[in-house]
Design a binder for this molecule. Sequence first.
Ligand SMILES: *Cc1c(COP(=O)(O)O)cnc(C)c1O
Length: 429
Amino acid sequence: MNHFDYRPASIDGGEGGAMFCEGVPLARIAAEVGTPVYVYSTATLERHFAVFQDAFKTAKPLIAYAVKANPNVAVIATLARLGAGADTVSEGEIRRALKAGVPPERIVFSGVGKTEAELAFALDVGVCEINVESEPELQKLAAVAAAKGVRATIAIRVNPDVGAGGHAKISTGKADNKFGVSFSEAERLYANAANNAALNPVGVACHIGSQITDLAPMEEAFLKMRGLVQRLRAEGLSVERLDLGGGLGVPYFDAPTPPSPAAFAEMVERVTAGLDVQLAFEPGRLLVANAGILLSRVIHIHERPEGTRFLVVDAAMNDLIRPAMYEAFHDIRSVAAPAEGAAQIAYDVVGPVCETGDTFARSRHLPALNAGDLVAFMTAGAYGAAMASEYNSRPLVPEVLVSGDRYAVVRPRASYDEMLARERMADWL
Ligand SMILES: *Cc1c(COP(=O)(O)O)cnc(C)c1O
């Protein structure tokens, strides 16, 4: 569920008959901030967090929001106020989480290639857990912690060798992916860590992929994790925490419908029954995807004699790369409410970037649109602005956060001067 809805034409002082984000008409944001622009709904963020938290009322896990899905500080802060922690994969993300008010004792540091400097930073700020993904990383962390005279609290990230996720590029849990260690490696590394004065192994972690719409692979992976916890304990090792990652899918359109957080929680509680561990989760997409849209304006419509109709919009692959990168589907809606029973026209929806890959959708049926009309790319709150770039020298896309009938520009649009001011001429030029 989200808070992007059409309001009847009869209300709102002439601003009705169009899509709103909570109490704010999208057309007003487009007029005042310009397009393209990401728009996020606070009420939707809050609702998604509450639904997940409610599903685990009894277990009271650490819900560490995966910051990479949407790293805007205002988005992180909205979730942090509700009690969310942060799952981070770089020093930059740790800094964002801290700036957003996430206490260090709720920050998890994950990632396959943490540098010495990043590990040192994580130890200095006192993150609650570093998820170690390989033996060289374990050795490096032990050395960094020993040099500081501290003990690093760690979990070992396991690769459960279970395939899952909406696309090959977002599946992380197969043995040939770069993430985590095998179960036998995990047992050896955990025991090594327990014998190292600079390391305090407290748990094990996994994260098998993203946009998962089927509970079966997750259950298979979690059962294997349960087995690991039991084997480690049988060896006399203490295991207090079990981090089961993120990855739950969201509905981008009508099919397939992902499992609800309640069904997910029921499965987790069944699989972990009697294990007596502190659970942690790292949801990203689930919390933010449906809480955001990318608002864009039609530049013009280019009709080919042979019949293809290109809807050229002012958003491009540099603003939203998911369709180009993962063949991802985004529902596209006219911001003006379409007339009841209005005819649909097939458009190829494209951006201005000089790449054929800059195509959001082919033969998409939409109500008739004209130059200057607004469209909304739905379900764009996750891995949207987060992956935006300035490709084709298009200034970084701005972001707006709505709450009720207010909105704030939480990342302003950079001017061309600001964009160019970051670069320097070489002194020989
Ligand atoms: C990306 C990532 C997540 C979040 O994945 P979602 O599919 O957005 O829930 C969680 N944990 C780790 C380690 C990740 O890399």
